[in-house]
Design a protein around this ligand. Structure first.
Ligand SMILES: [Zn+2]
Length: 375
């Protein structure tokens, strides 16, 4: 989720157009761009900071980033607002792709530049290798594997500008390669198919971090990860997915209504093959169970909720004393919203640990407030 709020002095016409631009991102990508007057960091601050221009800071904010709606002032500029919001989400200009104005790994160039004509705008055409050109296979239903075609129709592509001095190439900054694409560049009507695909790849899945094990396991291991501080007082958890013999993916998850982002943390993980083994004289047992048992604080158990119940785990090993017990949810089966807020928010609750058994449940109470179970 990305939150924005309007600065003082933004008129209703601009607000209406900007809200429509945000709705375009929400409708066509899975990124929730949401207006929130009370947003805490990070957020995008939308204001009028220079009448003669329309711009945005590039990149997701860690505190706040500004979008300037200078000449972007009516619904007819909605597409330009979609473009600026793209910058606020971290999307660079399409023509700054590494294969835009020069060849890169056998691709491109897609623009023939006439640098003498580009006036002060030249830097907007110099290749930036961190500009998206595709993605490795990130697992699951990855919407983009490999090279993404250069997108002349991207809403993030500049239009074909022209210098007043027509000595060189009639003053045009660039010709497209092929020239048939000349009529395509600079559209500000809607997110292109390529824009939407890029957003799905870079803005949603990049929040997941892939971790590779030093040595592959013979069987899928049990992985336990605990969060550290997030720099805020918000609760946070680490959710795991795609656990395989060679690695797993992890993401910092936050409860509903808490700002996502600004949550970088260094975490340690433990991965252990299922079963019982002895480590330097200490016994260790690792395993997974599937459960739908739910726990709440009894004080917060509202009406109409399922009864509290616990899942019994019987150890294969009989420990000489109740062991230390570590747990992590191994899937994201309950999740719909990641990498925005976790929904519902779940942790693992432990009822009792004995030498030969333990009782656990999925805990819904950690974000409970005001006597209501967070259901
Ligand atoms: Zn731009």
């Amino acid at each position: 989720m990305v939150r924005y709020k309007f600065d003082v002095g933004v008129d209703d016409t601009r607000k209406e157009a900007f809200r429509a631009a945000a709705a375009d991102w929400r409708t066509h990508t899975c990124i929730a761009v949401v207006e929130d007057d009370n947003a805490e960091y990070p957020y995008i601050l939308v204001g009028i900071y220079a009448e003669g221009s329309c711009w945005a800071y590039l990149g997701r904010p860690s505190t706040f980033h500004k979008i300037n709606l200078g000449w972007c002032k009516t619904m007819s500029h909605k597409g330009s607002m979609v473009h600026e919001l793209g910058h606020g989400l971290g999307v660079n200009h399409e023509q700054k792709r590494a294969d835009g104005s020069q060849q890169y790994h056998g691709k491109g160039p897609h623009l023939e530049m006439f640098w003498q004509n580009t006036e002060s705008w030249g830097s907007q055409y110099t290749p930036a290798v961190n500009t998206y050109i595709g993605s490795a296979h990130d697992g699951g239903d990855d919407p983009q594997i490999g090279y993404a075609p250069y997108d002349f129709e991207s809403i993030m592509h500049y239009f074909r500008q022209r210098n007043a001095d027509h000595t060189i190439n009639d003053g045009w900054y660039f010709n497209t390669i092929p020239s048939s694409a000349q009529s395509l560049v600079g559209q500000r009507n809607a997110l292109s198919a390529g824009d939407i695909k890029q957003a799905l790849v870079t803005l949603s899945t990049s929040a997941w971090v892939s971790i590779a094990f030093t040595t592959p396991f013979a069987a899928v291991p049990v992985v336990v990860v605990t969060p550290t501080e997030t720099g805020t007082t918000d609760p946070a958890s680490i959710r795991l997915k795609d656990i395989t013999t060679t690695g797993f993916s992890a993401i910092v998850a936050k409860p509903p209504n808490k700002a996502v982002g600004n949550s970088a943390m260094t975490v340690t993980f433990l991965a252990a093959a299922p079963g019982v083994r002895q480590l330097g004289g200490l016994w260790m047992e690792a395993g997974t169970i599937s459960t739908q048992k739910l726990a709440y604080s009894t004080k917060c158990l509202g009406s109409g909720l399922p009864a509290i119940s616990w899942e019994k785990i019987s150890f294969a090993h009989q420990f000489p004393a109740p062991p230390a017990f570590l747990s992590s949810i191994q899937t994201v089966n309950n999740e719909n919203g990641l990498p925005s807020n976790s929904q519902p928010w779940l942790t693992v609750s432990l009822n009792s640990v004995k030498v030969n058994e333990a009782w656990v449940a999925l805990d819904r109470a950690e974000t409970t407030r005001y006597g209501q179970a967070a259901y």
